[in-house]
Design a protein around this ligand. Structure first.
Ligand SMILES: Cc1cc2nc3c(=O)[nH]c(=O)nc-3n(C[C@H](O)[C@H](O)[C@H](O)COP(=O)(O)OP(=O)(O)OC[C@H]3O[C@@H](n4cnc5c(N)ncnc54)[C@H](O)[C@@H]3O)c2cc1C
Length: 375
């Protein structure tokens, strides 16, 4: 009970220590704010940020002018610079976006056009022979090569961000679930935290970067009439890893199916090849792996990698995308809601930060720091 009465005052709190929360925390700390990150788990990046493809996306697919497009392209530039300066393992390995059937050629041309409108002007079309000269195991009728696509050690990235925050006097509190948030007339947010050391922490600025739990957390706050907290839906993706040497040097992406980028082959920073993620809409957070999906994976992967030896594939992991739409509905943009949207001063709420959130994280941080800049 005594712990419940404890009150700590901090200028700015970020709830959630995934890649985005950490990047936001770093940008705020660099801007001179006193920052504290609160994370419910015992380790940083225990949810979506450690369960993704780790691809540094070029910014190819997203609607021109959207936050996803702009923050991806800007984020990619910031991320490469950050990785180089902070010794985070990464590689500008490139990717091939492939058409496996003539019917996909118009889609490939449309993607090149979208990429150019997003400022990604380095895509080059390749014929089947040129693509196979680069990646001899590949089967395709044509491809686009994206030289600025890369790969990152996402955990090393998050550790480096944590180091930057702490070097600027910021702090990270682990095992600190935020259960409720109140906003009072004195302009402060009061966060009721649970876990091992329950307490109340007051701050003037608050960033909710809670990933899959964004809507649940936001609903504990009382907003002005007229603001509705967006609903978060879940779409799980599963990965298989390939044992032995990777057949590819670059990532191989099939032509997207709607908003789903297809079962791609990625080569991680250790040279390991994995395939995924698929997409399965789920009602509750559940990271369980479904081995019965193997046949579906095999037939999809063989469309561009016919030499696949099934005995080399083994279950890897799953990740869950926080979606702001139901299956089949139009795909909305990232939702980064500041006071103009919800009416509460000093509050930024992030919802639906799915792919390319890892790539965009530093640009999201830059944007949020701008929204919370001191007058
Ligand atoms: C299958 C898959 C593949 C992807 N591939 C890529 C890719 O290749 N490239 C790319 O750029 N992006 C990719 N993404 C997207 C990227 O992984 C995410 O956009 C990014 O990791 C989101 O980071 P985050 O910090 O917002 O969320 P998270 O990593 O989920 O972090 C949110 C944190 O908030 C904490 N939290 C929540 N509620 C509370 C609370 N009440 N109190 C305290 N803590 C709380 C959680 O524990 C969690 O640690 C992929 C996503 C998925 C699912």
């Amino acid at each position: 009970m005594a712990a419940r009465l404890m009150s700590v005052d901090v200028e700015t709190i970020v709830v959630g220590a995934g890649a985005v929360g950490l990047a936001v925390g770093r940008c705020l700390a660099m801007a001179g704010q006193e920052v504290m990150l609160l994370e419910q788990h015992a380790l940083i990046g225990s949810e979506t940020s450690s369960r993704n493809s780790e691809v540094i996306h070029a910014g190819i697919y997203y609607p021109p002018g959207s936050l996803r497009a702009r923050l991806c392209v800007r984020g990619k530039e910031l991320l490469y610079r950050f990785c180089a300066e902070s010794n985070v393992a990464h590689a500008r390995c490139g990717k091939l976006l492939v058409a496996t059937h003539e019917s996909q050629l118009p889609k490939l041309a449309a993607i090149k056009d979208t990429a150019e409108r997003n400022g990604v002007t380095d895509l080059e079309p390749l014929g089947a022979n040129a693509a196979r000269a680069l990646e001899p195991e590949l089967a395709c009728v044509a491809a686009l090569i994206s030289p600025s696509t890369g790969i990152i050690d996402s955990h090393g990235y998050m550790l480096a961000l944590e180091g930057h925050i702490e070097a600027r006097g910021g702090s990270l509190v682990l095992r600190c679930p935020v259960e409720r948030i109140g906003h009072t007339g004195d302009g402060l947010y009061r966060l009721i935290t649970g876990g091992e050391a329950p307490g109340i922490i007051a701050c003037r600025n608050l960033v909710m970067s809670a990933g899959l739990f964004a809507s649940k957390l936001a609903r504990t706050l009382r907003f002005d009439a007229g603001y509705g907290v967006p609903e978060t839906y879940y779409a799980k993706g599963q990965y298989y890893a390939l044992s032995g040497p990777s057949p590819f040097k670059r990532h191989i992406y099939p032509t997207p199916h709607g908003a789903w980028l297809g079962l791609h082959a990625t080569v991680d920073i250790g040279g390991r090849c994995k395939f995924g993620p698929d997409i399965e809409w789920i009602a509750e957070i559940d990271y369980g792996f479904k081995p019965e999906k193997l046949e579906q994976f095999l037939s999809f992967i063989r469309s561009y990698y016919p030499g696949l030896d099934a005995s080399r594939l083994h279950p890897d992991y799953t990740g869950i995308r926080p979606k702001l739409y139901r299956e089949g509905e139009p795909v909305p943009d990232f939702a980064i809601h500041g006071p103009q949207m919800h009416g509460l001063p000093g509050l930024v709420a992030l919802y639906g930060i799915e792919s390319p959130g890892l790539t965009a994280s530093l640009a999201i941080g830059e944007m949020v720091a701008g929204m919370l800049a001191r007058p």
